[in-house]
Design a protein around this ligand. Structure first.
Ligand SMILES: Cc1cc2nc3c(=O)[nH]c(=O)nc-3n(C[C@H](O)[C@H](O)[C@H](O)COP(=O)(O)OP(=O)(O)OC[C@H]3O[C@@H](n4cnc5c(N)ncnc54)[C@H](O)[C@@H]3O)c2cc1C
Ligand SMILES: NC(=O)c1ccc[n+]([C@@H]2O[C@H](COP(=O)([O-])OP(=O)(O)OC[C@H]3O[C@@H](n4cnc5c(N)ncnc54)[C@H](O)[C@@H]3O)[C@@H](O)[C@H]2O)c1
Length: 473
């Protein structure tokens, strides 16, 4: 017999976006139904951030053994136990999973339905035998790997982020299609864990990120002997023995490469096929569900949040969407999305983190300045042997901070400071006046900020004041 539920909020998708709204709304006493068709936690926990960062952590340890010579310690080539590596990755997922579990959400008062949801009309969703007529719906169904239409690909075995973390064997030569964050993080992790790695991209690596920062990463990856073919057009893919062969064209020249495994990391597509969105009169684009600044779809009762709305696609973006929608849908406040406050990150070594305006956007402000400091001029970076990279900060003519790009060790951690500075509409003088602990990478912020005042050093009137004060004794 079919059941009819009438909650205040019905959330479709139990990933980062959906779970954040569900937990908060339930704690405010709002009746919530959450529908999830797969494992709770979505991409981030099961096939995204958590396993990829666990793999990168393993790669970092392996690389430290090879690089030990720098510190006067005899370097060694690490022996990798691939089954143990697999278990460690899944152990990390298991350690975090209780936070996202059906049990936790049920205990919070959320009715969790483990089934696939679809709209049957503008006000009703069906999941299995259950119909839900909610006051508000939130679609948080995420994204999946977008697999390009390359001849031969559909008949050739390939990996995506949904399958690569299941491997228990050695990868001898990984060919990666796509030099975005997914492709490059996994490329570096596998390289450090003993694989040969070749990356192919039809454009430049990290085309969504600052070009100068992307070059720092590319140089480091190439130093680790990852082969990167930019501006390469893949013509065909085929099985070759127990592996795979990729035919591509670069600079007018036809080339091919053979590897043991192929990873497709060429972007994302929104999970919308199963939702029957037409029945709910919800509009979509190629990138995802169309929403306004308040994350509302064309159907006034329905919001969409997280990856399903298209780029930028980050877990912290999904959580931010969740907070906005909670304020909109539950408290009837009207905050809207501000992309300048969302950090953009990459966790290769060196890392990249950006916030605020890009350099290109910042250049449109007249009197814009770029303040820089290299990692090589930071004492802690020298001590740690992490001298690759830079910080650059964009300011307007009055010293207001417009954006920041950090390429180097711990960039993802360091950007949080700039997130606060931008959120508080700070001036660079606020940063220059702070006292940072020595010796830390966080001093990069102060050193870059102080360069704002360099032109003052050449002002004759200031030199005259200093000379006059000297005379006073
Ligand atoms: C390899 C990789 C590494 C990443 N690393 C990072 C990182 O380090 N930092 C970062 O910020 N971001 C990272 N991301 C991006 C991050 O994973 C996503 O932005 C985030 O998971 C999006 O959350 P979401 O809730 O929108 O979607 P998802 O996590 O995809 O959750 C959507 C959920 O909806 C469910 N669903 C779909 N359709 C239906 C339906 N019809 N009915 C019921 N349920 C449905 C799905 O099963 C899924 O569980 C990474 C992504 C990948 C692929
Ligand atoms: N560190 C992080 O926070 C992190 C890590 C991983 C992923 N993510 C997020 O996940 C999302 C997806 O990342 P992604 O790397 O899959 O996608 P992406 O769109 O960022 O990069 C895909 C790359 O594939 C290339 N490409 C597309 N089609 C191709 C083809 N046919 N042949 C060769 N190259 C092709 C593109 O030029 C692009 O460089 C991003 O929005 C990213 O922000 C974030």
């Amino acid at each position: 017999m079919s059941e009819l539920l009438r909650p205040d909020l019905c959330i479709i998708g139990g990933g980062s976006a959906g779970l954040t709204v569900a937990a908060a709304a339930a704690q405010f006493g709002v009746p919530v139904v959450l529908i999830e068709r797969g494992p709770m936690g979505g991409d981030c926990l099961n096939s995204g951030c958590v396993p990829s960062k666990s793999l990168l952590a393993a790669g970092k340890r392996a690389q430290a053994m090879r690089d030990a010579g720098l510190f006067g310690i005899e370097p060694v080539e690490p022996k990798i136990d691939y089954a143990a590596l697999h278990d460690r990755i899944h152990g990390v997922i298991t350690a975090i999973a209780p936070n996202d579990s059906v049990e936790r959400f049920t205990a919070l008062g959320v009715r969790v339905i483990q089934d696939e949801a679809r709209f049957i009309d503008k006000r009703t969703v069906q999941a299995g035998d259950i119909k839900i007529k909610a006051r508000r719906f939130i679609i948080a169904t995420g994204s999946s790997p977008a697999v390009p239409d390359i001849p031969g690909l559909s008949t050739t075995p390939y990996l995506t982020n949904e399958s690569i973390f299941e491997l228990t064997e050695k990868v001898s030569h990984l060919i990666v299609l796509g030099a975005g964050p997914v492709g490059l993080e996994l490329a570096q992790a596998y390289r450090r864990l003993g694989a040969h790695v070749t990356v192919l991209d039809r454009a430049r690596p990290l085309s969504q990120m600052d070009e100068e920062a992307a070059r720092v990463v590319q140089r480091s990856l190439e130093d680790e002997r990852i082969v990167i073919h930019s501006e390469a057009s893949v013509a065909k893919v085929e099985s070759a023995g127990s592996g795979v062969k990729v035919h591509f064209e670069k600079g007018g020249e036809a080339m091919d490469i053979e590897g043991s495994h192929l990873l497709v990391a060429t972007g994302r597509k929104p999970n919308i096929e199963s939702l029957d969105l037409k029945k709910a009169k919800i509009r979509t684009t190629d990138q995802g569900i169309k929403v306004n600044k308040r994350l509302k779809t064309r159907n006034g009762r329905v919001y969409a949040i997280g990856d399903v709305t298209g780029p930028p696609q980050f877990t912290h973006m999904a959580s931010h969407h969740a907070e906005l929608v909670l304020r909109n849908a539950v408290f009837r406040l009207r905050p809207s999305l501000d992309l300048t406050k969302v950090p953009r990150t990459l966790y290769t070594d060196p890392e990249v983190a950006e916030i605020g305006l890009t350099e290109e956007q910042a250049r449109k402000h007249s009197g814009m300045r770029i303040l820089r400091w290299p990692y090589a001029d930071n004492d802690r970076a020298q001590a740690e042997g992490e001298t690759e990279g830079f910080i650059k900060v964009f300011t307007d003519r009055n010293g207001y901070i417009l954006g920041c790009v950090i390429a180097g060790a711990e960039a993802g951690e360091l950007i949080a400071f700039w997130a606060l500075a931008i959120a508080r509409n700070s001036k660079v003088g606020d940063v220059a006046g702070l006292i940072f602990p020595y010796p830390t990478l966080s001093e990069l912020a102060k050193r870059a900020a102080i360069t704002y005042y360099r032109p003052l050093l050449r002002k004759p009137y200031l030199q005259r004041i200093a000379a006059w004060l000297r005379k006073l004794g």
